[in-house]
Write a protein that binds this ligand. Structure first.
Ligand code: SF4
Ligand code: SF4
Length: 194
């Protein structure tokens, strides 16, 4: 009763949510955010996550495309065709935040995102449309095929050149052998060497 009476006359501490909201303390872990323009697709955040709730898919940009640099000056070489974070699985450990070389993944003080459907807790950060994803994948595949063909052609040419060289060496060796055996033959009897 003593405690109740003390609180009864003390100032109210109850917040009239949602009309009133408590300000989260600095560094609170509430929701992950990715500034996709600064992401280089290095996958370090996904590899650091202990519960595998970050799902990233990248496609290498073709030689004719310059994706520019991040605000931290890191060159961007990959298209981010998928960057999903499943906040239903996330345990707010912050381990994905620290390895990021461009500081583009971080917690934001936003906590009002509860949902009855867990699939709505998968947040999508890629800014490419499905058509663009299909296009960059097709271009990357074409370029990879072209490079593979060029590599094979180069290999074939090198093998041919090596074979030719070996044949020439063999030819030279057999000519030398023939010359030597001619020199070693005894001179015809009855004839004197001049
Ligand atoms: S905060 Fe932890 S659990 Fe959540 S995505 Fe990052 S590494 Fe994974
Ligand atoms: S660590 Fe940072 S730069 Fe690398 S994929 Fe994750 S968010 Fe992008």
């Amino acid at each position: 009763m003593g405690v109740t009476i003390r609180h009864f006359f003390g100032p109210s501490v109850t917040l009239q949510y949602p009309k009133e909201r408590m300000e989260l303390p600095k560094g609170a872990r509430a929701k992950l955010y990715v500034n996709i323009d600064d992401c280089i697709g290095c996958n370090l955040c996904a590899r650091a996550c202990p519960v595998n709730c970050i799902d990233i898919e990248t496609v290498k940009a073709t030689d004719d495309v310059d994706l520019g640099k991040t605000s931290t000056g890191n060159p961007k070489r990959f298209w981010l065709t998928r960057f999903n974070i499943d906040m239903a699985k996330c345990m707010y450990c912050d381990m994905c935040v620290h390895p990021c070389p461009t500081n583009c993944i971080y917690m934001v003080p936003e906590y009002e995102y509860s949902d009855v459907d867990r699939s709505n807790l998968v947040f999508h950060f890629s800014n490419l449309t499905p058509d663009m994803v299909a296009e960059v994948k097709e271009k990357a595949e074409e370029e990879a095929e072209q490079k593979k063909r060029e590599r094979e052609e180069m290999k074939r040419k090198k093998a041919e050149a090596r074979k030719k060289k070996e044949e020439e060496k063999k030819k030279q060796a057999s000519t030398k052998k023939n010359d030597k055996s001619d020199d070693d033959k005894p001179s015809t009897p009855g004839k004197k060497d001049s």
